[in-house]
Design a protein around this ligand. Structure first.
Ligand SMILES: [Zn+2]
Length: 367
């Protein structure tokens, strides 16, 4: 157990064996032996390793029971293997803390719902338009109507999708990944991405859960998931209500307003306008060219759409503490915090993540 977890923590920290060795004052060979399970470190070396890898020493002895299966990465360009290793390590660590938390709840209490798709979905879809229709059917089944979805994370969590956010520095090359832990779907998004991009990833991954196994031959799943995501975030009917049925040209400012109302990038909104036949392919192409010329494909103009955050894990840790399923030290461990900083947080002596996020968005709005 120790050997495997040391290797994972090392990769998650982005360190080679020799880099870790020099940080803790051991030989690379010693690290290699630990990772091969041929020797065990002394307790003082164990503490040094934990410190260097920024984990608590309990981490090394937590039984590895979480397996993230069926992983699909969403990435902008080719994400370096080293970065993927770090993300993987971070995600597994968080997923384990999730799993452990859920197991600490008594069987009679179900803190999160089981994910299930509505029964009435069609068995097979034959076109991208039908993938869009599926998005609308999901909205109806989940009673979301056709209005903007203010909180995608909350919406998915309420239906039993586990959302994990990772801070691993990715240079914006990584959008997210999805997989399953047991029967629970898990979606991972990067905190480095803009809010609209995070939301598109969340909707795209929901698309995979919905369309998977329903696509007729020849329909590309990635394209279907993008069509699903676009329609889920910004339904055709809502788009037509805003832009009109047919347009000769669209002002970029209109796209910016759509972005802020529906939490979808200007580029994706423009794409939707073409998809829905509001503008001709030629007009769409001209606008795409305008986006390229102005560098808006890399960074969109105007105020950014705010990031989304997940609070569910923390909420459930506090709930478990409140119900005395766990004590303070376990709560701190589940949150990956030291007991002393957890105590401060518990006594409301430090601002919560929600307050910090609120402050940040207030500051951004003031700029
Ligand atoms: Zn995908």
């Amino acid at each position: 157990m120790f050997a495997e977890r040391l290797e994972r923590a090392r990769k998650a920290a982005g360190l080679s064996m020799s880099a870790l060795a020099s940080e803790v004052g051991l030989s690379a060979n010693a690290i290699k032996k630990y990772e091969h399970g041929t020797t065990m470190p002394s307790s003082s070396n164990l503490l040094k390793l934990a410190k260097a890898l920024d984990v608590r020493s309990e981490y090394f002895f937590r039984p590895t029971k979480v397996k993230l299966e069926g992983v699909e990465y969403r990435k902008r360009a080719s994400t370096p293997k080293k970065v993927l290793d770090r993300i993987n390590g971070d995600v597994l660590d968080q997923a384990e803390r999730w799993q452990e938390l859920l197991e600490l709840y008594p069987d009679s209490v179900k803190p999160i719902p089981e994910f299930a798709l509505p029964d009435e979905l069609p068995e097979q879809i034959f076109s991208l338009e039908q993938a869009e229709d599926l998005a609308i059917q999901m909205r109806h089944a989940w009673e979301l109507g056709l209005n903007p979805i203010h909180d995608m994370i909350d919406t998915l969590e309420a239906k039993g999708v586990m959302i994990i956010t990772t801070d691993v520095e990715t240079d914006k090359k990584f959008d997210g990944l999805a997989g399953k832990i047991g029967s629970t779907p898990v979606v991972v998004i990067s905190t480095a991405q803009s809010g609209d991009r995070q939301r598109f990833t969340l909707a795209h991954e929901l698309g995979h859960l919905v369309v998977h196994g329903r696509l007729a031959e020849g329909i590309d799943e990635e394209k279907a998931c993008n069509a699903f995501a676009g329609a889920f975030l910004l339904p055709t009917q809502s788009l037509i209500e805003h832009l009109g049925e047919k347009r000769r040209h669209i002002e970029p400012r209109e796209l910016l307003m759509l972005k802020h109302e529906y939490g979808i990038s200007m580029l994706a909104a423009l794409f939707r306008a073409g998809q829905c036949g509001i503008i001709t392919p030629a007009t769409q192409k001209n606008l795409f060219m305008l986006f390229s010329k102005n560098g808006w494909r890399t960074e969109e103009p105007g105020k950014a759409y705010p990031h989304e955050s997940t609070y569910l894990h923390k909420q459930l840790v506090y709930r478990a503490l409140g119900e005395e399923y766990i004590g303070e030290s376990k709560a701190a461990e589940l949150l990956g915090m030291s007991v002393s900083s957890f105590r401060k947080e518990r006594k409301l002596e430090v601002p919560t993540q929600a307050q910090l996020a609120q402050e940040a968005s207030r500051a951004a709005a003031a700029n």
